[in-house]
Design a protein around this ligand. Structure first.
Ligand code: GN1
Ligand code: MG
Length: 362
């Protein structure tokens, strides 16, 4: 991306400034995200949303903006400056829209960058796990009175296991011999866990648990911390849509309790840290317990297992499909991510009894 191109996009958003430097942030697998610095020493995040993955970008942006305003209204006790550090703040275009469409038909949105914040790709201490739980719990609690009918379903069936199995089965049919051979060690495991991995979806379909506002990408790198490791702000709200608590709980646990990064190749380093799990649960329930039924709490551990599995399955599927969905840096990147998730699943499963929450509460 050229500075001149970014400057011309930036100029479409309300400001009286220009970009002096920029850096591409590489942690996301889908969008193109830039941190920009302006002449007047302001910092923004300018982001091109992937319209191949997200079929209704205006709807997605509307979701994010609605949720941010809801959170702003819920936090009126904070000063303006504090609020800008705790809730994502979107900048409007000169025409008054929340996004800009460039000549190529790509969608851009812009947010104020939250200075003096830190993100983690892996957790190294209990405090971060606990604070992460508190912040995610707070996000779900504060949005629990928001009417989910005003949100679009950004990616239909996003966490639906039967949908992901369909994609996987199709990928198996079209995969190259080489890729199929490399994936073959995992096909048995996928089949073996199939029934158990559909339980959360059945729980959702039963109508016995609440459909609420959920974030749907609660990985640890989407939680901003301040310099004292206190939770600050939940970011990357692209996938905010109606869902169930188990997906958000599960995806946070998937990343917080993995002692290694999601794509670590040395599988000896991939271990499920049960102490981080317990710390996250404590923080999460501190904020969310009043909102949850015992049925919801009962299935939280299975939510975690399910989210680890579904990511293993999605990475494997993309590998079989020749890497058409996730950004990859080398040819076996998706396979390595998938092996990593299945190793994490094994480690989680060996400690599954200790993950029970409902009985330990009573
Ligand atoms: C993708 O692009 P990013 O990093 O925000 C993916 C999530 C996965 C995640 C794995 C829309 O998120 O579902 O959990 O990668 N988002 C989409 O790191 O597919
Ligand atoms: Mg995301």
């Amino acid at each position: 991306m050229m500075l001149s191109k970014l400057n011309s996009i930036y100029a479409c958003f309300k400001n009286d400034d220009s970009i002096i430097s920029y850096k591409q942030l590489a942690s996301g697998h889908i969008n193109d995200t830039f941190l920009i610095e302006t002449k007047k020493n302001a910092f923004f995040i300018l982001q091109q949303i992937n319209k191949g993955v997200f079929k209704n970008v205006p709807g997605l942006i509307n979701n994010k903006v609605l949720i941010s305003s809801h959170l702003q209204n819920k936090n009126t006790h904070l000063t303006d400056d504090e609020l800008k550090r705790r809730v994502l703040c979107f900048v409007k275009t000169l025409k008054g829209y929340n996004y800009h469409t460039d000549n190529a038909g790509n969608y851009w949105n812009m947010m104020i960058y939250i200075k003096d914040s830190v993100t983690y790709d892996t957790v190294k201490c209990l405090d971060v796990a606990y604070e992460g739980g508190k912040l995610m719990g707070d996000f779900l609690n504060l949005t629990s009175d928001f009417n989910t009918n005003s949100l679009i379903e950004v990616i239909p069936k996003f966490h639906s296991m039967s949908f992901r199995f369909n994609q996987y089965n199709k990928a198996l049919c079209i995969a190259s011999k080489e890729r199929l051979a490399k994936a073959s060690a995992y096909l048995g495991l996928v089949e073996e866990l199939k029934d158990e991995m559909h339980i959360i979806e059945e729980l959702k379909a039963s109508g016995d648990i609440k459909i609420r506002v959920t974030h749907n990408d609660t990985k640890i790198s989407n939680i901003l911390f301040d310099c004292n490791k206190k939770g600050l702000c939940v970011i990357d709200t692209d996938t905010v849509m109606p869902g169930i608590v188990h997906y958000d709980f599960g995806d946070a646990i998937r990343t917080i309790c993995n002692e290694a990064a999601e794509d670590e190749k040395d599988l000896n380093k991939v271990k499920f840290n049960i102490n981080y799990y317990k710390a996250y649960v404590n923080g999460f329930l501190e904020k969310m317990k009043p909102e949850l039924t015992s049925l919801e709490i009962k299935y939280l551990p299975l939510g975690a297992k399910t989210m680890v599995f579904i990511m293993g399955l999605r990475f494997l599927t993309d590998y079989l499909n020749n890497d058409i969905y996730y950004k990859t840096s080398y040819s076996e990147h998706n396979l390595d991510r998938s092996k990593n998730q299945f190793k994490l699943l094994e480690s989680l499963s060996s400690q599954y009894k200790e993950m029970d929450i409902l009985n330990s509460l009573s």
